[in-house]
Design a protein around this ligand. Structure first.
Ligand code: GS8
Length: 220
């Protein structure tokens, strides 16, 4: 029997985009279901009763939650399909996971503060973001991808933030390319992959979305 794969997602979510890239990389067919987070579906509440968040991957009726867990699950559940996202060496795997966790803790957090804060708080967020991106750029080194010659787990974890970069830069007046040219070159290299370009929301659409969020939360 063919696998039944459903993704509960939201177009602009950098977390959801990770699952979309992983599924596209492996060539897995799935049903995409856009959620309305203001009115969550009964299925989302049933499948992710703990966090009630997207993305949720439902594989033959069984839910997998948390984007990095989902990407690792896809890697393992379809291990016979190439490419593999995580390297085979345990130390290289640990490092990829460490940096993906860093992306969630530092890039996501400082990114959110770039469009939700002002004044001194914004200045701190700008510094935090550039520090985080510089550390990631150093980790990339002169490799094509974080996975070396291969686009892998950490590439998937980080590239989805690229669709938010225009919004981040607009509200912070930062140029990420001025600070981290190699990282931006990496992002453009990733965007040449169809699995990435088709999975990422358009930067201008994300910017419009952030504009609406700022109005809603009274930041704009
Ligand atoms: C984060 C998912 C998340 O924040 C992951 O999957 O990696 N650590 C999780 N999802 C958001 C939408 S994207 O900002 C969400 O579903 N929010 C709904 C809510 O908080 O009610």
């Amino acid at each position: 029997m063919a696998d039944e794969v459903i993704l509960l997602d939201v177009e602009y979510s950098m977390f959801g985009m990770r699952a979309r890239i992983a599924l596209a990389e492996k060539g897995i067919e799935y049903e995409y279901r856009e959620e309305n987070l203001a009115d969550k579906s009964p299925l989302l509440l049933e499948m992710n009763p703990v966090h009630k968040k997207i993305p949720v991957l439902i594989h033959n009726g069984k839910p997998v939650c948390e984007s990095l867990v989902i990407v690792q699950y896809i890697d393992e559940a379809w291990k016979d399909k190439s490419p593999n996202f995580l390297p085979s060496d345990p130390y290289a795997r640990a490092k990829a996971r460490f940096w993906a966790d860093f992306v969630d803790k530092k890039v996501y957090e400082s990114g959110r503060r770039l469009w939700t804060t002002r004044g001194e708080e914004l200045e701190t967020a700008k510094k935090d973001m550039i520090d985080a991106l510089k550390l990631l750029e150093a980790e990339l080194g002169d490799d094509s991808y974080f996975g070396g010659d291969n686009f892998g787990f950490l590439d998937i974890a980080l590239i989805t933030f690229y669709s938010w970069f225009h919004a981040y830069e607009y509200y912070s007046k930062l140029s990420f390319e001025d600070h981290c040219p190699k990282l931006i070159a990496w992002a453009k290299r990733c965007m040449e992959k169809e699995s990435v370009s088709k999975s990422l929301a358009d930067q201008n659409k994300v910017y419009e979305f952030v504009l609406l969020l700022r109005k809603k939360f009274g930041t704009g």
